[in-house]
Design a protein around this ligand. Structure first.
Ligand SMILES: [Zn+2]
Length: 426
């Protein structure tokens, strides 16, 4: 069994353990919770809202479908039934699968930076917004016209690396009304919960947490250190008064690098100041502030950003620290945008639900993305199939198309067929 098959088997047993709201004993021919969870997941994993429809047609014509052979399902429930049965399940049930996906030996090696560390970018994003449709878990806000808007958001965490295409999502933490809390939930509180829940489990990976300016504050920095992590957080002096005051009177250390590519010269200037208090209190954490400025051949500023870190900044480390700090954008660009645009039709098939459905579907969607990346990093046949198609999106086009008409014996059979020029029916 390869990594992909064992990950799908792990998901199957997790789905089988989801609470079953049907009363009494299961009748013969009723869908299992495993079928229901896997059916929703398969739509996201195949990136195709019509995947289940095609498989129902194959099942009728051939007596079996890819739901059976690739996902290990016994029958294909309807979209309405999936919605009804998954609404109420806890999205956290799937958390451990994200960590199992990165347990494969050597898979994470190409993503290591800063002397064997892993970068985990934290960032919030909204995945649902409506004036009409809402559920028990919706957050709300008043708009200027007096109307109420309902929305869902989550704090995402992804393993990223500068110079590496793949990003690996970890479990999301939902930004949602919390039991017993008076104020609305926020991104910072979600980040603290994420760190408390998952920080200890990833401490052995020597994580360096990345975050935007909002996270460059004492409570988050302290929470990161408490679970054995380090940080590189965007820090604009304009929103950090104490740091701005220290910078004003200080002589900054400086390191310059000039490179010429295709006749064009660019100069990168790193400046830093070590041991600055993060805020103006006696218990303030001491951090190292640094900036990166890129100048074009004419000496004009093309890029500027600044960060705080608890890792030592030296002429030897500052360039890599800056590259790692800048990799934070990958969570927005490569995690969230992929989720929103690349054929992952959030809520397209299954709707919003009344209880937890919306969060369960986002979690399954992120899990599908995590398993795609894990397969890309760890399953040779997957990598060969992607390479043979020339681009990842072409690979997914083929995945969608061929599975609509042909039943494959196994993932290996499917991937080899995509890699080969022609797809021969079994
Ligand atoms: Zn809702």
């Amino acid at each position: 069994m390869n990594v992909l098959e064992s990950m799908i088997a792990g998901l199957k047993s997790t789905c089988a353990g989801l609470p079953d709201r049907r009363k009494g004993r299961r009748r013969e021919g009723e869908y299992t919770m495993a079928d229901i969870g896997l059916a929703a997941f398969s739509v996201f994993f195949m990136g195709s809202p019509s995947f289940l429809g095609h498989q129902r047609a194959l099942q009728e014509g051939h007596g079996q479908s890819n739901c059976q052979t690739l996902f290990g399902m016994t029958a294909i429930p309807t979209d309405a039934y999936i919605r009804q049965m998954l609404d109420g399940a806890s999205p956290a049930s799937f958390d451990k699968l994200f960590f199992e996906a990165i347990e494969t030996p050597d898979m994470l090696a190409p993503l290591q930076r800063l002397d064997g560390r892993l970068l985990i970018a934290l960032d919030g994003t909204e995945h649902f917004c409506s004036r009409k449709i809402h559920c028990q878990r919706c957050s709300t806000r008043k708009r200027s016209d007096g109307g109420t808007e309902y929305f869902h958001a989550f704090l995402g965490a992804s393993i990223v690396a500068p110079g590496h295409q793949q990003v690996l999502p970890l479990p999301p933490e939902f930004i949602a009304p919390q039991d017993g809390a008076e104020k609305q939930d926020c991104e910072r509180n979600a980040a603290k919960r994420w760190l408390a829940r998952h920080g200890p489990a990833v401490a052995h990976l020597r994580p360096v947490y990345l975050g935007d300016d909002l996270f460059a504050c004492q409570p988050i920095a302290a929470a990161i250190q408490q679970v054995g992590g380090n940080f590189i957080l965007t820090c604009k002096p304009s929103s950090h008064q104490t740091i701005a005051e220290y910078l004003r009177g200080a002589e900054l250390e400086e390191h310059r690098q000039t490179v010429v590519t295709r006749g064009k010269r660019t100069t990168t200037i790193y400046r830093w100041l070590s041991a600055v208090p993060l805020r103006a209190t006696d218990d303030a954490l001491t951090v190292n502030w640094f900036s990166i400025e890129i100048q074009n051949a004419k000496g004009k500023r093309a890029y500027y950003n600044s960060f705080v870190t608890d890792l030592p900044v030296t002429p030897g480390t500052v360039a890599e620290l800056a590259a790692c700090g800048r990799a934070r954008w990958k969570i927005e660009n490569e995690t969230f945008n992929v989720l929103k645009t690349n054929g992952y039709n959030l809520e397209h098939n299954f709707g919003h639900g009344k209880e937890t459905l919306s969060s369960v579907l986002v979690t399954l969607n992120l899990l599908a993305f995590a398993l795609h990346t894990a397969a890309r990093l760890a399953v040779l046949a997957w990598r060969e199939a992607v390479v043979a198609r020339g681009a990842a999106y072409r690979f997914f086009e083929h995945l969608r198309t061929v599975t609509a008409y042909v039943v494959f014996y196994s993932w290996d059979h499917l991937l080899r067929s995509i890699a080969a020029a022609a797809v021969r029916p079994p």
